[in-house]
Design a protein around this ligand. Structure first.
Ligand SMILES: Cc1cc2nc3c(=O)[nH]c(=O)nc-3n(C[C@H](O)[C@H](O)[C@H](O)COP(=O)(O)O)c2cc1C
Length: 168
């Protein structure tokens, strides 16, 4: 079975996961900018990985439009892994019928462009001013504007196992 990993990464975490997955499956990892409908049509299984912005998996719409034969999706965000986080991303991106995996990334604050850094600083200030902060607010207050790396190759195991099972 021919597979391809396609990714969209802003600061490198999703790319790193794409390379780990591709190496494990013995296939190519391609940046979405270089991916064409042609190389997707040529593959039995497209594994798409996108970074998360406001719970949206960046780039996923473009991949869905290409209508691959089989699609498996992973998403990389800075939130700690958990049932609620996975469910919120799955629902927002309409992935109820698609195999989906969440992988923890981190924050490379200094690699973000000036405007995004500014926006995150503003967000941090407004969260700090809030009364009765939720758990999510407290988490955002702690991490916004920082740099950290929670990525771990262990997160690829369930996806790799699934894809190998499908292609066996
Ligand atoms: C504007 C913005 C919005 C973000 N929104 C979320 C979010 O909703 N949930 C989350 O878990 N991470 C969120 N993140 C964090 C990124 O998804 C995280 O840094 C990810 O590891 C980036 O992956 P990349 O290095 O492949 O670009 C956000 C980051 C930015 C800059």
């Amino acid at each position: 079975m021919k597979q391809i990993v396609i990714y969209k990464s802003s600061t490198g975490f999703t790319k790193q996961y794409a390379e780990w997955i591709a190496s494990e499956l013995g296939c190519k990892a391609v940046d979405i900018k270089a991916a064409t409908n042609l190389n997707m049509a040529d593959c039995d299984c497209v594994i798409y990985g996108g970074w998360i912005m406001g719970n949206t998996i960046v780039g996923l719409d473009k991949i869905k439009k290409a209508n691959p034969k089989k699609l498996v999706v992973y998403a990389v965000g800075s939130s700690p892994d958990g049932e609620e986080v996975r469910k919120a991303i799955k629902t927002q991106n309409h992935l109820e019928q698609t195999p989906f995996y969440y992988m923890e990334g981190g924050f490379h604050f200094e690699k973000l462009n000036f405007f995004i850094r500014l926006m995150l600083k503003q967000m941090k200030k407004s969260v700090a001013k809030k009364e009765n902060k939720t758990e999510q607010d407290l988490y955002m207050e702690k991490v916004l504007g920082t740099t950290f790396d929670n990525s771990d190759i262990k997160y690829i195991a369930p996806l790799v196992q699934y894809v190998k099972g499908v292609s066996a």
